[in-house]
Design a binder for this molecule. Structure first.
Ligand code: ATP
Ligand code: MG
Length: 519
């Protein structure tokens, strides 16, 4: 396609300290063929063999991903914050034959590799050498540029993703050549609005499924993938990068948008930015409103899972209803069902479910690897049950309530944490909030809010502030939902991808009273 697109690279990497790499599609093709020869020749990977990719945002991640597809090896991305224990769990569970990682993680792999008998080769992305490791950069330099892509079938495995582990041990989700290879094309076009003129920046760590949009979606739509090494989340770096590079399309998680809107955004000029998307957890309407009023651009929220690619979205041009995660995204038929799998009428809260019978949608996952019981348990009648709750309105918009376990049952009222958190977020004192259930001798359980205060409010009297916030929630939403308990904290527990782990706060609450967690 290179001849028919504007003069922008296929891949553009910067590290913020002057280093920069730009590849055309032609160069990318050449480099990825070399990388494929390293995987086949030096690591001896055959189609179906598994390879773990645990790299920070380095160009090699993109090369090795394409090389896996060329060789038929199954890629298993992992985030770069993995500890020795995490690595051991993932290498043992996946029986990966090979791993590629960076200097900072190699010692952790060495510490546990004796316990991972399937692991046969280790590739290091580094400018120096390390005993027991092959140097990927050196091998790449010497590798041949000739490579014949293996032929795979649509149902052959292509990728195994570990879920975020928001509610427990991460699960291994296997996707086929068809589900990921094609599943991301349409959502890239219609939700992320990617075209061959776009330069797309997605801040996600390459280990999370969200990064797959800046692999499959971007290149299949002819767009340029922009990457900043971003060793840690730094709001100023993000805003300066959006100002100084011709980035047209931007994606990051709601947690980061929450931080970005704390800044005076009118001081920045994002000259080329035209489309913004977010997802992975609920977006507070207040954050969307602040982004929109200061940047002048809409924030298009999407909802999906490692298991499914995109399930619902606010597509470009669609009317956006504040607080809704949009409508079902084709080919999915998305319904709200009760615990027996019966479709509920508009307005009623229940399980978000995706129809998988009689025909399984092509972008749906193959299975939870080595866990047929769990795969089976996720189905109810004709539907796959996501484990999330919502209601659908009469126009087909979905309104997220919370994950099943996060929904609070107080005096028989079912209260979703997200609605209460959104109400709290509208108060200027609140930087972030997480709402969970807490034991109560009369009501069984009540709503408790953990709040991180905005700096300007951090020295205010907590008692007065509690009352003020309680009154505020009663005004903003149905009064029975107001948090009867409140705690001010310096930070909220989060997964490394930035999702709030309400289950940890809930366990704290219930553990304190009974010594055992509630759910
Ligand atoms: P685990 O399954 O290991 O507990 P996880 O569910 O967080 O972790 P992912 O597959 O990365 O792992 O995330 C999918 C989940 O993220 C969804 O099931 C949902 O709970 C949440 N999510 C994604 N997008 C949104 C959104 N727009 N609004 C609310 N929640 C969202
Ligand atoms: Mg999940």
């Amino acid at each position: 396609m290179a001849g028919h697109r504007p003069q922008i690279p296929a891949f553009w990497w910067v590290n913020g300290m002057g280093a920069e790499i730009k590849w055309s599609f032609e160069e990318l093709g050449k480099q990825s063929r070399k990388a494929a020869n390293v995987l086949q020749g030096m690591c001896g990977l055959q189609p179906g063999d598994r390879m773990m990719l645990v790299l920070p945002r380095l160009p090699e991640w993109w090369l090795v991903s394409v090389a896996c597809i060329r060789t038929g090896a199954v890629m298993i991305p992992g985030v770069s914050q993995l500890t020795e224990k995490d690595l051991k769990y993932r290498l043992q569970a996946s029986r990966a034959k090979s791993i590629i990682t960076s200097d900072s993680l190699a010692p952790r792999v060495d510490a546990i590799s004796a316990d991972c008998p399937s692991l046969q080769s280790k590739l290091l992305v580094s400018n120096s050498s390390r005993p027991g490791w092959m140097n990927f950069r050196e091998l790449l330099r010497e590798a041949s540029t000739e490579h014949n892509c293996v032929r795979t079938k649509s149902q052959n495995p292509m990728a195994i993703y570990f879920t975020s582990g928001t509610t427990g041990a991460p699960k291994m989700v296997e996707h086929s050549q068809a589900s990921y290879g094609l599943g991301f094309v349409a959502s890239g076009r219609q939700w992320v609005d990617l075209t061959k003129s776009d330069i797309f920046w997605n801040t996600s760590d390459p280990g999370w499924v969200k990064a797959a949009w800046s692999l499959f979606s971007a290149w299949s739509n002819g767009s340029c993938i922009f990457v900043h090494e971003l060793p840690r989340v730094d709001v100023k770096v993000i805003l300066n990068t959006l100002s100084s590079f011709p980035i047209t399309t931007f994606c990051c998680v709601p947690t980061i948008f929450r931080l970005l809107v704390q800044e005076d955004l009118t001081r920045y000029q994002f000259q080329s930015l035209r489309h913004c998307v977010t997802g992975g957890e609920a977006l507070n309407p207040d954050v969307r409103e602040k982004w929109k009023s200061q940047v002048g651009l809409e924030l298009h929220e999407g909802y999906g899972q490692s298991e499914t690619v995109l399930i619902c979205a606010n597509l470009k041009g669609m009317k956006i209803k504040a607080g809704s995660m949009g409508k079902a995204f084709p080919p999915y038929d998305v319904q709200v069902v009760d615990d027996e799998g019966n479709i509920l009428p508009p307005g009623e809260q229940g399980n978000i479910a995706v129809r998988v019978k009689p025909t399984q949608p092509f972008c749906f996952f193959s299975c939870y690897l080595d866990n047929p019981e769990k795969t089976k348990a996720s189905e109810q009648g004709d539907f796959y049950i996501t484990g999330d709750q919502a209601h659908k309105d009469k126009d087909g918009y979905f309104w997220f309530t919370g994950r099943n376990d996060d929904v609070i049952n107080s005096s028989s009222y079912r209260i979703g944490p997200v609605e209460v958190e959104n109400a709290l977020a509208e108060h200027p004192a609140v930087l972030e909030a997480a709402v969970v259930s807490s034991p109560d001798p009369v009501r069984g359980e009540v709503v408790k809010a953990f709040i991180v205060l905005s700096p300007a409010y951090s020295s205010q009297d907590p008692k007065k502030l509690t009352q003020e916030l309680q009154e505020h929630v009663k005004r903003e939403t149905a009064p029975y939902k107001y948090p009867r308990k409140m705690a001010f904290v310096s930070e909220l527990p989060k997964t490394t991808s930035g999702k709030i782990q309400r289950n940890i706060l809930r366990r704290q609450e219930w553990g304190e009273m009974r010594g055992t967690p509630r759910k």
